[in-house]
Every structure is written in structure tokens, then in C-alpha cells.
Design a protein around this ligand. Structure first.
Ligand SMILES: Nc1ncnc2c1ncn2[C@@H]1O[C@H](COP(=O)(O)OP(=O)(O)OP(=O)(O)O)[C@@H](O)[C@H]1O
Ligand SMILES: [Mg+2]
Length: 157
């Protein structure tokens, strides 16, 4: 990241977008893709997946958990690969993707930090889409800790 970008006012050079594979998240991915294409920026697409079944606590990992994790990882990779291809088709030259185990907000924050991105993009809602709240837990959580600019794309009316 250049100093002028850090100081503000510069175009984003490295953009990270999170997706859970939902229709609404794909709106955020498309927005991140257009910004990357317009800026000639690098785009990284990340999907976080849970390495253990919901509600399962404790440290022991059994073989059914390993099967769960493998399925969850494969699904996350599929979301990412589709989005990477769409970004290439949209003219983004530098695009990559990854599926990462962990809590989605924590994964996005640590990937943003580690990769030195200057713009993090998430949708306002994802898979759960509870109508009670405008924001899902991911934009809510990342907004408190983001190491860079954050764009929350309004993905519902
Ligand atoms: N597993 C994930 N990996 C990467 N990004 C994600 C993931 N889940 C959600 N996001 C990002 O966060 C945005 C909002 O989704 P979020 O999960 O916060 O909403 P929700 O599913 O409606 O509600 P919640 O999960 O809080 O019940 C998505 O559009 C996407 O950009
Ligand atoms: Mg969600």
C-alpha cells in the first residue's frame, strides 16, 4: 500500500471481500469486483467455514467432525471459485481466493491484516437474513475492529 493511499484519498489497491455463498453476499462480491476492475486493484475473495458442526464444544475432533469440515471446506471453495471466475470475466487481472476455517468476522479481519488490504467489503446480510436487524453479525463485528476502510454493501431493500 502506498503512503498516499494510507493517508487517505487514494484509490483502493488491494480489496478483500467475504462471501458465504448466499445471493445477498454475491451482491457484495459484485460490488467489490466492479471497484477492483475500475481501480485496477487486486481482489481477494475469502469464504470462512466452520471446522466443526454447529453447537459442538470441546477440543476433541472425531472422524465425523473431519468429514463435516471437509464438506464445509469444499462448499466454501466452490463459492470462492465461482466468484474468482466471475471477477476474471469482469476484467480483474489480479484475483485470488481462499477458504479459511474459523469465525467469519475473525477470519476476514485476520486475512485483511495479514494481506495488508486497504478496503474490506462485506454485505449487510448473508445467509441467515433475520429481518429484525439491518446488519448481520459479520459487518457488525468487523466494523469494530477493521484494520482498513470498510464498505458494507446494502444487500437487502
Ligand atoms: N462465512 C463467511 N465467510 C466470509 N464472509 C462472510 C461469511 N458469512 C458472512 N460473510 C459476509 O458478511 C456479510 C453479511 O453476512 P452475515 O453472516 O453477517 O449476515 P446473516 O447471515 O444474515 O446473519 P448472521 O450470520 O449474523 O445470523 C455477507 O454478505 C458476507 O459479505
Ligand atoms: Mg451469516
Amino acid at each position: 500500500m502506498s503512503e498516499s493511499t494510507k493517508a487517505g484519498g487514494g484509490l483502493a489497491q488491494k480489496i478483500l471481500v467475504g462471501t458465504d455463498g448466499s445471493e445477498t453476499a454475491s451482491i457484495a462480491v459484485r460490488r467489490a469486483t466492479s471497484i477492483a476492475a475500475a481501480n485496477g486493484a487486486e481482489l481477494v475473495i475469502v469464504s470462512a467455514y466452520s471446522a466443526r458442526p454447529p453447537g459442538k464444544l470441546g477440543s476433541g475432533i472425531g472422524s465425523s467432525d473431519a468429514a463435516w469440515a471437509a464438506t464445509a471446506e469444499a462448499a466454501a471453495r466452490e463459492h470462492v471459485n465461482g466468484a474468482v471466475q466471475a471477477a476474471k470475466d469482469a476484467g480483474v487481472a489480479a484475483v485470488s481466493g481462499d477458504a479459511v476455517a474459523g469465525d467469519p468476522a475473525e477470519v476476514l479481519l485476520s486475512e485483511a491484516e495479514k494481506r495488508g488490504v486497504d478496503l474490506l467489503v462485506v454485505g449487510s446480510k448473508g445467509m441467515q437474513s433475520s429481518s429484525r436487524f439491518l446488519l448481520g453479525s459479520v459487518p457488525n463485528n468487523v466494523s469494530h475492529h477493521t484494520p482498513c476502510d470498510l464498505l458494507i454493501v446494502r444487500t437487502t431493500k
